[in-house]
Design a protein around this ligand. Structure first.
Ligand code: ZN
Length: 822
């Protein structure tokens, strides 16, 4: 924390020890200072002054006056924000970007200053309320009418969600800050009541730094999350410091900022979070490309901008349609759209990240191309044209899902093109294999992107699903710290969705631990995470400090790493064994007992209340086991033929994966047990062989899938395309089957023969990242498995077939069939 407490502040109980140059702000509960702000000032300067007064009173009992004209008394002047007085002192906010601040003192004065600025919504067709959206959208359509021969989607439609202005704004704030609130909170004509999440508030960061130096902490939203010691006397020693954050962008994505409680909103500001508004502006994405394509007139006039999927142009996907990245008209249209936004609203940056759930276009020019090459090739061409006309402006796009890896065919991206590197499994950064993959990804991007153009988007939505208690919490302060330490000077900062529902943080008693550490590392990435957590536990849990430190460490180090599913590209770190979940409950119970019925105990109780009880965990686990046993009692059975030669082996036919009915286009397989290998031969009838889709990444095109669960391992998974390319996992990445594959194509079929090596338990445990660990399947120790086919050809919707239908995707081990060997 050294960087955040750059000066030494000592509370004296004995005034005799005060040196002549020290500033005595409060003496034994009596105010010896006044807060001075400019008569005309941004909202956030007022808020900074109010917060200063509020916490000085909580610390010492003294209430400092807030004035706009310094009194003639010898009271120490605390100048907050820019004012005529700070101008006279020559202390300016120039160069204090992204929330940076200065703290300076002199004889009888202290300056707490950063760049404060009101967000100006009037520059844009920006709705102040939900019901103002149609009117503002109409203004947008009118203003842009001559700019395109069709129409553009309205990019400011959710702007009103960024305004914090509840109906009882004044009452809430008066109750909190005092009767003079309304007089101090001078509202400018034309601006709404309340404040914007985009309001810049550098001066408050200076105020919070000073308060932290007196021991104040904000670990969690609300009073229960505050630590405020009693200090009757408050002193500042001579100081002159400028503090800059290590990361410019420090954003949590609030789905609806305007609906959150003030406790939540102010908590983020106290931790120095921002929205990155001065860096990337209001059009930072994600999925900014949607606005180019979402207007009905565009779909009608330029169907060629939209991806060819199953023989039709997809104009409907998620209301915006799917882009065809090689359509020359779409590129031109996008450049025009961006130029209009830069010229008209002077925004610093515009996003061209495509729609969520992107499918690849099957037109002649797009077909067979790598997803990253398509998406990033397009973004790069657009960015280069913007660079030639608007060299100071930035274009952003996301490295996400199928286009998360850097584009193989591009060596250097346009110098103004920034990448949001998204969802890299931050909770798992302590796992060295995971970390290595992340570093490789990052290095690939660093080689292509100009310095200063890497941003991180990391969703932290692990607790968002359902509204009941949580099985295992995803607490990951050390993983977050490792990421932020390594990315300092490389990434501009963080954004991401947090676990929230109905404008409330979900389980703040759990989430705050990671969020607090993240916020502190965004300011100072060089600090020691153990020191930070040690202080947190000491101040927040009192007598249970050591027990809680241990519980948090345990929770993070036992997150599930290996048993992740590739389904949807997301790992599930909560998927831990029952014993681990129970052990965490025990640790929390021990901590609770040490803390007793105190504020510390109440904080631990809040964590426990968000977690499922032991009884519930055990009951859920039993139910799952029973459901699995029931499903497996009904599982279809296949028998592996003895040996490699499958010519006389039994043929099994796949069924429709959803209905369980016979498929019109048949797929059959045979399986053999050859001792040190298991052998499959899969024959896919295909009347439309010419339309066969062969994707380099295997998943997106025609392929067959084999899942194998052995008594030694949850399951292994392979997908193989008609060219014999294999994508494998166990089921997550970092495992290779080392299978031998042969493929063959006929006039109306394609065939795969795959021989997968099988090793003993000893060998599998010494080298768990290669081959299959298991012994010959028997009635006592069967394997469970599935064979599936993903049939794409030119179908509107790909067809899925399986030996044991799962109704959903492949990663459904409870629905696997049973495998025995002859
Ligand atoms: Zn295309």
């Amino acid at each position: 924390m050294l960087k955040l407490i750059p000066f030494v502040v000592i509370a004296f109980s004995c005034i005799a020890r005060l040196s002549a140059s020290d500033l005595l702000l409060v003496e034994d509960g009596h105010a010896r200072a006044e807060i001075v702000v400019a008569a005309e000032r941004p909202r956030m300067t007022t808020l900074a002054a109010l917060e200063m007064r509020h916490f000085v009173q909580k610390l010492s009992g003294a209430k400092l006056p807030i004035v706009t004209t310094p009194s003639k008394t010898d009271a120490i002047k605390i100048y907050i924000g820019r004012s005529p007085a700070t101008d006279r002192l020559g202390i300016a906010d120039e160069g204090l970007k992204y929330g940076a601040y200065r703290i300076a003192s002199g004889p009888n004065w202290l300056v707490l200053l950063g760049h404060d600025e009101d967000f100006d919504h009037t520059k844009m067709p920006w709705p102040l309320k939900r019901n103002a959206v149609p009117e503002e959208e109409a203004k947008w359509l009118q203003a842009t009418a001559g700019q395109t021969d069709a129409a553009w989607g309205y990019p400011f439609n959710s702007g009103f969600k960024s305004l914090w202005s509840p109906g009882d704004f004044k009452e809430q704030m008066t109750a909190r800050y005092g009767d003079d609130f309304s007089a101090l909170w001078s509202k400018r004509p034309g601006s709404p009541e309340g404040f914007w999440e985009h309001d810049l508030g550098g001066s408050s960061n200076a105020v919070y730094a000073l308060l932290r130096s007196w021991g104040v902490r904000w670990y969690m939203p609300g009073e229960v999350g505050e630590v405020v010691p009693t200090k009757k006397t408050l002193v500042v020693q001579p100081i002159n410091k400028t503090i800059r954050p290590d990361y410019a962008m420090r954003d949590w994505n609030w789905y609806n900022f305007s609906g959150f409680a003030y406790d939540d909103v102010i908590w983020a500001r106290r931790l120095g979070m921002n929205t990155g508004h001065d860096l990337v502006g209001p059009l930072k994405g994600p999925h900014g490309m949607v606005h180019v394509m979402s207007a009905p007139a565009m779909k009608e006039k330029h169907t060629d901008y939209y991806a060819l999927i199953g023989g039709k142009r997809d104009i409907d996907h998620r209301r915006g349609g799917t882009p065809c990245f090689t359509a020359p008209g779409l590129e031109k249209e996008t450049v025009q759209f961006l130029r209009y936004l830069f010229d008209t609203y002077d925004v610093p940056s515009v996003d061209v990240w495509p729609c969520d759930g992107l499918q690849l276009c099957q037109c002649e020019k797009c077909q067979g191309k790598n997803a990253s090459d398509l998406v990033w090739g397009f973004a790069d061409r657009v960015a280069r044209q913007i660079h030639s006309s608007h060299p100071t402006k930035r274009v952003t796009c996301g490295a996400y899902t199928s286009y998360r890896a850097p584009p193989p065919s591009i060596d250097k991206l346009s110098p103004n093109l920034a990448v949001w590197i998204s969802n890299c499994g931050r909770p798992l950064m302590l796992d060295d294999v995971h970390w290595k993959g992340y570093q490789e990804l990052m290095n690939g991007w660093r080689a292509r992107v100009a310095p200063g153009n890497i941003l991180r988007l990391e969703n932290n939505r692990y607790h968002i699903f359902g509204d009941g208690p949580i099985g295992y919490p995803v607490i990951h302060p050390r993983s977050a710290a490792r990421d932020l330490k390594a990315m300092k000077g490389i990434s501009l900062g963080d954004t991401g969705e947090q676990s929230q529902a109905q404008s409330k943080w979900r389980t703040p008693a759990i989430e705050h631990i990671t969020l607090y550490v993240e916020s502190q590392f965004l300011w100072n990435a060089d600090q020691d995470v153990d020191t930070l957590l040690d202080e947190y536990c000491r101040l927040f849990y009192g007598p249970a400090a050591k027990a809680m430190y241990d519980a948090i460490h345990f929770a993070e180090h036992n997150l599930a790493v290996k048993d992740q599913s590739r389904n949807g590209g997301r790992a599930n770190p909560m998927n831990v064994p029952l014993t681990v979940s129970l052990r965490l409950r025990e640790k929390l119970e021990q901590a609770q007992q040490l803390a007793g019925d105190t504020i510390y105990g109440r904080r631990i109780a809040a964590i426990q209340a968000d977690l499922k009880s032991k009884e519930q965990l055990i009951a859920d686990d039993q139910q799952q086991r029973q459901a699995l046993a029931d499903a497996r009692a009904k599982a279809p059975v296949a028998r592996a033929h003895a040996g490699d030669d499958l010519s006389t082996a039994t043929k099994y036919i796949l069924k429709d994966n959803t209905t369980g009915e016979k498929s019109d286009v048949t797929t059959q397989f045979r399986v053999g047990w050859a001792g040190e290998a298991i052998v499959f031969e899969v024959v896919c009838s295909e009347p439309r062989m010419k339309q066969l889709q062969v994707a380099q990444n295997v998943f997106d095109g025609d392929n067959i899938a084999i899942s194998l669960e052995t008594p030694l391992h949850s399951y292994y998974h392979l997908e193989i395309n008609p060219d014999g390319i294999v994508a494998d996992g166990n089921p997550g990445p970092d495992w290779q089957s080392l299978a031998e594959v042969k493929t063959e194509r006929g006039d109306d079929f394609w065939r795969v023969r795959v021989r997968i090596p099988v090793v003993t338990a000893d060998e599998a445990s010494s080298d768990p990242r290669h081959r299959i660990g298991g012994a010959k399947p028997t009635a006592e120790a069967p394997w469970y498995f599935n064979v599936g086919r993903y049939r794409v050809v030119d179908l509107d919707k790909p067809e899925l077939q399986a030996f044991s239908p799962t109704k959903r995707g492949w990663h459904q081990p409870a629905r696997f069939g049973k495998l025995l060997a002859e």
